[in-house]
Write a protein that binds this ligand. Structure first.
Ligand code: ATP
Ligand code: MG
Length: 461
């Protein structure tokens, strides 16, 4: 493996484990390690403290050790990766066919990872050994139709591994508006639903009472058996019984409707508190089902889970790559130009944003080159309208932090932010955490940025 392949391979392993790609610093530590640099040299190259680099290194070695099933450290990283690649090539074809995944695969895909070993307290044997079966009952009437769908091979692999191999019970798929969460989940459900007895999709509206959700689901689940009339354990909602008796895949889309507007991320509306206990039961009680939550925000209980040995996972969806972005622009009739790649970068591979700006450019009848000089960001009215919905959800404090960041052309150092004399330090810390959870801001080491499209939106307010 050359350096690039090794970094890509490591990125895929880390992504499969954490749902996050390598950030710049993590990549720098691995690159430096391959090039036999010391932590001190890497820290110097990256203008960062040696202790921070050591910390990042030890986190990476831990993830890689868990995933590769051997003790990985700075000295043996390269050889461990090569050993793993060789020993797993033969498993590759088998895993691909087991997972019913269509589309092209990278030979270093996550599908080759062995199922994560769990201790018997975390998952009972019945759940792990649940047999694939043809879906008997479905309620997918609320699942949207999928249009053209590009890329997302890695994300589909990761989610499939989490659900079918690692038997995760509660998965949250979060990401910025229009990034493609719903489309990805539709594709996933189509690919794996036959592994479950029941598959259901519900999209939450602005008033998502738990009664409605539960009764819809119980109606579906009790199709094949008489509804259990025995007194249920007071602490348990009846629904959990069905999830324990049957292997179900349940998708709840737009879960941000469970949370308050104008508050920091993930705070339940008073009338939606019962969902909290349902999610807790789904996480804690033994069963063989999987609940996939999709939205702009996730429940706070889920954000607090950092231990990878729990049956809970979060995937934060990022934009499409350049090739897929090109396909979308082509679909919308935009001719390829020298600026195409930079346009996709500026709109961060967000399919909705790309479609929106492509439509505007098409309607104006001009080429990308003439219309977007000097990194201009065009904000079509329909895009402003949807961004407004997300902006309205922010707390006043978050809006203040966003306006500070919108004024900066470069990533802002945390220290500089903390030195501002408008927002008290602890409020600022909470606002930054909440904005990251809502995917409004991006963080690289100690630096924060507002994506160009969001920056432009704030400037035009
Ligand atoms: N992989 C993809 N390939 C092509 N188009 C895509 C892809 N993913 C999403 N899209 C398109 O982008 C638009 C937004 O996608 P989608 O509704 O899935 O995003 P979302 O993240 O669920 O948005 P929201 O935050 O509003 O719920 C849709 O028009 C969808 O068809
Ligand atoms: Mg959606």
């Amino acid at each position: 493996m050359n350096l690039k392949e090794m970094l890509k391979f490591a990125d895929e392993i880390v992504f499969a484990k954490t749902g996050q790609h390598l950030d710049d610093l993590q990549a720098a530590v691995l690159q430096g390690t391959i090039q036999r640099e010391t932590y001190k040299q890497i820290a110097k190259d990256f203008d960062c403290s040696e202790s921070r680099i050591r910390e990042i290194g030890s986190e990476l070695w831990q993830i890689l050790s868990e995933e590769l099933g051997e003790d990985v450290n700075k000295k043996n990283f390269q050889s461990a990766m090569e050993r793993f690649q060789v020993s797993n090539v033969s498993n590759f074809a088998q895993n691909v066919s087991e997972q019913h995944i269509s589309g092209s695969f990278n030979t270093c895909g996550e599908a080759r990872h062995p199922p994560e070993q769990r201790n018997s307290n975390q998952l009972n044997d019945e759940t792990v050994n649940a047999k694939p079966t043809k879906t008997l009952h479905q309620d997918l009437s609320e699942m949207p139709e999928l249009g053209n769908f590009f890329d997302r091979t890695h994300e589909l692999q990761t989610l499939t591994t989490w659900i079918l191999q690692q038997n995760c019970r509660l998965i949250t798929l979060i990401g910025r508006l229009g990034i493609g969460k719903t489309s990805l989940a539709v594709q996933l459900v189509q690919q794996i639903k036959d592994e479950f007895e029941y598959a259901a999709w519900y999209t939450l509206d602005e008033f998502p009472t738990i009664d409605k959700f539960q009764s819809n689901l119980i109606q579906l689940l009790s199709n094949s058996e008489k509804q259990d009339s025995s007194p249920t354990n007071q602490k348990r909602l009846p629904l959990i019984k069905y999830l324990q008796n049957h292997r179900c895949l349940i998708v709840l889309d737009d879960v941000h409707n469970l949370f308050c507007s104008g508050e920091s991320a993930g705070k339940y509306k008073p009338e939606c508190e019962e969902y909290r206990s349902l999610f807790k039961q789904i996480e804690k009680l033994s069963h063989q089902s999987c609940l996939l939550l999709i939205g702009w925000e996730q429940p706070r209980e889920v954000t607090q889970v950092k231990n990878q040995n729990t049956p809970i996972r979060t995937l934060q969806l990022k934009g499409l790559d350049i090739a897929a972005g090109r396909e979308i622009l082509r679909d919308y009739g935009l001719a390829e130009s020298d600026n195409t790649e930079s346009l996709i970068h500026r709109y961060q591979g967000n399919p909705l944003w790309l479609k929106s700006v492509a439509t505007l450019i098409q309607d104006l009848g001009g080429g990308v080159t003439e219309l977007l000089p000097n990194d201009t960001i065009l904000l079509p009215e329909d895009l402003k309208d949807v961004l407004q919905q997300q902006f309205d959800r922010l707390s006043e404090l978050e809006k203040q932090v966003i306006s500070l960041l919108a004024k900066e052309s470069q990533p802002v150092d945390r220290i500089k932010l903390l030195e501002n004399d408008i927002i008290p330090v602890s409020d600022l810390a909470n606002a930054l955490q909440s904005l990251s959870r809502r995917c409004w801001i991006e963080q690289q080491a100690n630096f924060y940025t507002l994506p160009p499209v969001l920056k432009q939106y704030i400037k035009e307010l």
